[in-house]
Design a protein around this ligand. Structure first.
Ligand SMILES: Nc1ncnc2c1ncn2[C@@H]1O[C@H](COP(=O)(O)OP(=O)(O)O)[C@@H](O)[C@H]1O
Ligand SMILES: [Mg+2]
Length: 240
């Protein structure tokens, strides 16, 4: 496979439920994303974006199709191996931040390193460095509830990047944020994505995010209809 390919998902199908309640969330979705790029996935609510992200992340197993991430075929791997692959190489950012309320910010940002077996002291030192990078240097002993939404999302970014993952996967990362904070979050993600051996995938409804994309995939009804380079200054550049 071309080493510049970060994700290659082919003919993915996934259904939920049984009988008349069965929903086909993905109906043969294909996606190719590249290292050094920020890949956007857009499409109406319910078209299968989160389902596709979860399959790429290895947290959900497709009914059929194959997924290769960073050169590893996840669909051929044992689930335990998928979990350790994910902990090492993938970072996550969610719409609702998903910080742990009983942990302070340094502890929250340390979690991926602790899961990878690092000592608490080393993990917390690296977490502090990441909090510095996202502009929260002096808030490490605070708890998530003491922060604004934008600050919480920046902690979530610190957590997603602390273990230096090659792939960062984001599900609607700006939809709970105001315009300026959303802009800052996208700038941080874009800086990561532009590194040659990294990739960032962002699912979004938010047209303000389009200007940060290198490539935009459009989904509808369980399929990826197109995946085109974003045109600088072109129709995707929205200053909303
Ligand atoms: N765990 C689940 N159980 C049942 N149906 C689900 C589940 N997850 C998603 N779906 C259904 O699959 C379809 C696609 O959902 P989703 O991937 O969340 O779409 P999107 O993220 O684009 O809004 C929707 O019809 C949704 O209701
Ligand atoms: Mg979704």
């Amino acid at each position: 496979m071309n080493p510049a390919v970060a994700i290659h998902a082919q003919l993915i199908t996934k259904g939920f439920g049984k009988g008349t309640a069965r929903t086909l969330a993905l109906k043969g979705a294909d996606l190719q994303a590249h290292l050094g790029e920020l890949q956007l996935i857009v499409g109406p609510s319910g078209c299968g974006k989160t389902t596709l992200l979860s399959i790429i992340a290895g947290t959900l197993v497709p009914d059929s199709g194959s997924v290769t991430v960073l050169g590893e075929n996840l669909t051929a791997m044992r689930q335990g191996k998928v979990t350790s692959f994910r902990r090492r190489h993938i970072g996550f950012i969610f719409q609702q931040f998903n910080l742990i309320p009983t942990l302070n910010l340094i502890e929250n940002a340390s979690v991926p390193l602790l899961l990878n077996g690092l000592s608490r002291a080393k993990a917390e030192r690296a977490a502090q460095d990441m909090l510095d990078l996202v502009g929260l240097a002096h808030r490490g002993k605070n708890y998530p509830r003491e922060l604004s939404g934008g600050q919480q999302q920046r902690v979530a970014i610190a957590r997603a990047m602390v273990h230096n993952p090659r792939l960062i996967i984001c599900d609607e990362p700006t939809s709970a944020l105001d315009r300026d904070t959303g802009h800052q979050v996208m700038e941080l993600l874009q800086a990561v994505a532009r590194k040659p051996d990294r990739a960032v995938v962002v699912v979004t409804h938010d047209p303000r995010v389009y200007a940060f994309a290198d490539r935009i995939a459009e989904m509808e009804d369980g399929r990826v209809l197109s995946n085109q380079p974003a045109l600088p200054g072109g129709p995707h550049l929205i200053n909303g």
